[in-house]
Each structure stands twice: as C-alpha cells, then as structure tokens.
Write a protein that binds this ligand. Structure first.
Ligand SMILES: *Cc1c(COP(=O)(O)O)cnc(C)c1O
Length: 221
C-alpha cells in the first residue's frame, strides 16, 4: 500500500520536475507523519524515505525513541515552535523549518551546541494564520539568524491559505521564490499533497507530503 502510494508520488515528482525542466534530485520529498504512529515512519524508511516532517514537538517526542535506529533519517519540524519547547526541539529535529521571530532564533542559537539548520516560515497572507514572519520583517530576521554562529539559514517555508485548486496557491509559491532569490536563500519548502506540481514548477526544493503517502490522518480519539 505505502509502496504504491510512494511510487505514485515519485511519479508526480518526476513528471512535475521534467515539465519544469528540473531534475528530480533537486527536490527532497519530506514525508509528513503527524498523527501517525512511529511504525509508519519505520515503514517509509524501509522504502527509502529519509526526510520526515512532524508538526508537534510533544507528539514527536513520544515517537522518537522508536525512530532512534533510523540513522540516516532527517526530521524536520514543520509546525509552529513555541519558545518553551526549543530545547526539546533541538534534541529531536535536524531541521527547524518554522523560525518566525528573532526572539525564537536567538533562543535556538543560545541553546544549540552545533550548527543547526533552520528555515524561516513566511506568512504571505495576512488574514490566514497567526504564525510565520510577515515579508517586511524578513530582512531583520535573516540578519538575526545569520549573525548567530550556531544557526545555518538555508531557506524559506510557507503554508498558503488552503485551497483545493493549486492555481489559487501558485501565486504564493511564486512570491516565496522571489523572496528567497532576493535574499540569496537556496531552499524553498512549499507544496503539499494536492499542489506539489505547482510548487515544483515554481521552484520548490522541498515538498511536504502527508495524505498522498499515508492516506487521511487518523482522527484523534
Ligand atoms: C500536514 C502538513 C503537510 C502535509 O499536508 P498533506 O495535505 O497531508 O500533504 C504539509 N505541511 C504542513 C506544514 C503540514 O502541517
């Protein structure tokens, strides 16, 4: 089942990349495993998936010991990080994609002992959500991160307002790419199950895919 879905997603990635004149290897598939048991992560790892996205520090903490044997796995935090969870997040994740304030960056820099890869979550639509840095705050935030020797800033991440029509989200992808170009950032984390083609066409280097790989997320009991 998972093998089939993975093949389908791989096919979509390959086709979108080829349509955009890009190589498949430029794009990292991040399997989003929030709400799924650790066994799902192990299964995906067996099939060759190496990058995983989790939204909640506390949730991943409960699964992380089961994942300790997955030596080549990289775990990305893709949900909002509260400042009281930074120390725990540093223990659990190799990449923090959702830095959205200088205060949070400073805290991570102080608590981190080595170079930590971070990305900035950008909020491109004012009404939608409370998380993410507004584009006008980017210059100062980027500077705050870059002057911190413990942090390595690699790119930008965004979560556009939900729409089942990828053409509605495409403008957000274009906007994020332009911001990244403007600031000399190589990595673009954008695109999910339903709109990964549009994201890849607009330059995504990391797509975050949950449902298309694992099916609908289990409802909390
Ligand atoms: C859940 C989630 C995804 C994956 O969404 P799907 O539609 O299941 O592919 C990607 N990014 C973030 C930030 C998420 O929270």
């Amino acid at each position: 089942m998972l093998q089939q879905r993975l093949d389908q997603v791989e096919e979509r990635l390959a086709q979108a990349a080829s349509r955009a004149g890009r190589r498949r290897e430029e794009i990292t598939l991040i399997a989003v495993t929030k709400k799924f048991a650790a066994s799902v992560i192990l299964e995906a790892y067996q099939l060759g998936v190496r990058d995983f996205g989790e939204n909640y520090v506390q949730e991943f903490e409960t699964k992380s010991s089961d994942c300790a044997s997955l030596k080549a796995a990289r775990f990305h935090l893709i949900g909002h990080l509260q400042s009281n969870k930074t120390a725990k997040a540093l223990e659990l994740f190799q990449v923090i994609q959702t830095v959205d304030s200088a205060k949070l960056a400073r805290r991570l820099g102080e608590q981190s002992s080595g170079p930590l890869e971070v990305m900035i979550e950008v909020k491109l639509s004012p009404e939608e959500s409370k998380v993410g840095a507004p584009p006008e705050r980017l210059p100062e935030l980027i500077e705050a991160i870059r002057e911190n020797a413990n942090l390595t800033l690699t790119g930008l991440m965004t979560m556009p307002p939900w729409s089942d029509d990828p053409e509605q989200t495409r403008p957000y992808f274009i906007r994020l790419r332009k911001l990244a170009e403007q600031h000399g950032l190589a990595q673009l984390s954008m695109g999910m199950s339903h709109d990964l083609e549009a994201a890849i066409e607009e330059g995504a280097t990391r797509v975050r895919v949950g449902t298309a790989l694992f099916g609908p997320r289990p409802k909390p009991v």
